[in-house]
Design a binder for this molecule. Structure first.
Ligand code: ASP
Ligand code: MG
Length: 424
């Protein structure tokens, strides 16, 4: 019996009307029952919603941001649908709901919960538009609200999956539908045990695809991207990139761990555990081979470059003429854990601990406040973390040309440097 399979289309593949037309073209000879299509918010919608939330939080007027967002989606619909199409009232309703939710109070305590309720609209709106457009083309899909099957805890913005409940609900509610029709749904969003909207972390739609794949025992997941597959570096940042034909789960996971944005870091593990292959393919060249990530791929040893932006280097120095010991490290890690900050790089000296973390609103202040009685703390913001896997030492100097290096580490296999443009 043919099995279910999952397609995921990210923000860039639904960013405007021609992108949506292209999506429909890709599906022309691929659409059938047993397919689940996961879509993200259109283009930079999630960023726009984040800005609205931030303005609301800062008591600034955000009405113009809302109008721009609405006009953006309406503009796309005007190009895709006849004037009297149902989509216009569907959208009107969604924007009324969004306005209502934006009227609710926000403060530091409920910030994350408020955030999740609002950002999810990006996916709800885009999935409606794509589903209606496909149906208009005679490509019948059933629209489903992912929040009804993706169950999470209440850790807003970074919600963890309740795997058992998600599996049970996905199978019970979706398998009967999939026997006859493809389903179109949203990435990124879920709901907690009280039915409140949650999100799985930025760029989390890939992870949704993996969750659905394992829940439905799917035969494969395909992520459609604006690149030909998984490359050994981001072509927007580095010249002369190379595409991997195949990649082992472990290699792919390591790349995402260091910040490769081609796939969301949580995507690989559930697929690897279930042995479900992941294809990364180009939505601009859908018949090309792309990259297959699976169990048996040979280890290629090709130097692979990953750049993580918005990094902060924080150095904790002991002030009482003692040396750094396990107690100090423990104390720093406890605070980091409490704030859910992951250490991307760590360096110890006799009297200081340096950590490199992602820059996050509020959290740096909290981190400093929690530790300033024990340490003298210094930090640098606006940095980049460059990681080179399977490094070739001869190629490293060229990568650092024009940059000031604040911290550097090298093992036989991996090179890492925290850098910023010289002269800043
Ligand atoms: N729309 C969400 C984001 O931009 C989720 C995703 O695109 O995967 O983070
Ligand atoms: Mg995206």
């Amino acid at each position: 019996m043919a099995k279910n399979f999952i397609y995921k289309f990210g923000g860039a593949s639904v960013k405007d009307s021609s992108a949506i037309e292209n999506l429909s073209k890709i599906l022309r000879n691929r659409l059938r029952n047993q397919l689940v299509i996961v879509v993200s918010a259109m283009g930079k919608t999630t960023n726009s919603l984040e800005e609205i939330i931030w303005k609301k939080m800062s008591n600034e007027d955000f009405s113009q941001n809302c109008s721009i967002l609405k006009e953006f989606h309406l503009g796309i619909c005007k190009e895709l649908f006849p004037q009297d199409h149902l989509i216009f009232s569907l959208l009107e309703n969604l924007f009324i709901k969004l306005d209502k939710d934006l009227e609710k109070p926000i403060n530091k305590q409920n910030y994350d919960e408020f955030y999740d309720r609002i950002v999810g609209y990006g996916e709800l709106i885009s999935s409606r538009i794509v589903a209606e457009y496909l149906c208009l083309q005679g490509q019948v899909v059933v629209w489903k609200d992912a929040r009804e099957v993706i169950h999470t805890d209440s850790d807003f913005r970074f919600a963890k999956i309740d795997w058992e409940k998600t599996r049970t609900h996905t199978r019970a509610q979706w398998l009967p539908v999939l026997e006859q029709f493809p389903i179109l749904t949203q990435g990124f969003i879920g709901s907690d045990s009280k039915g409140r909207p949650t999100t799985l972390g930025r760029e989390g739609s890939d992870f949704t695809a993996a969750i659905l794949a394992t829940s439905l025992d799917a035969s494969s997941v395909t992520i459609w991207k604006d690149v030909p597959g998984v490359l050994n570096a981001d072509p927007k940042l580095f010249p002369n990139t190379q595409k991997f034909e195949e990649l082992a789960y472990g290699e792919a996971a390591e790349m995402t761990y260091f910040g490769a944005s081609v796939i969301h870091p949580k995507t690989i593990k559930p697929l690897a555990n279930a042995g479900i292959p992941l294809f990364v393919k180009s939505f601009l060249d859908p018949d090309a081979s792309g990259t297959k990530i699976h169990e048996k791929a040979p280890n290629q040893g090709i130097p692979t470059l990953v750049l993580k932006k918005n990094q902060v280097l924080v150095s904790f120095k002991v002030t009482d003429f003692t040396f750094i010991d396990e107690g100090h490290i423990h104390q720093i890690y406890e605070q980091l854990k409490k704030l859910k900050l992951r250490v991307n790089m760590l360096q110890l000296s006799a009297i200081s601990v340096s950590v490199v973390i992602d820059s996050q609103v509020f959290k740096l202040d909290q981190l400093l406040a929690g530790l300033k009685s024990t340490f003298e703390i210094r930090y640098n913001e606006g940095l980049e973390l460059l990681t080179v896997l399977h490094q070739n030492p001869d190629e490293i100097p060229a990568l650092l040309e024009g940059y000031e290096v604040l911290l550097e580490q090298s093992t036989r296999n991996t090179f890492q440097a925290v850098r910023r443009k010289s002269g800043i």
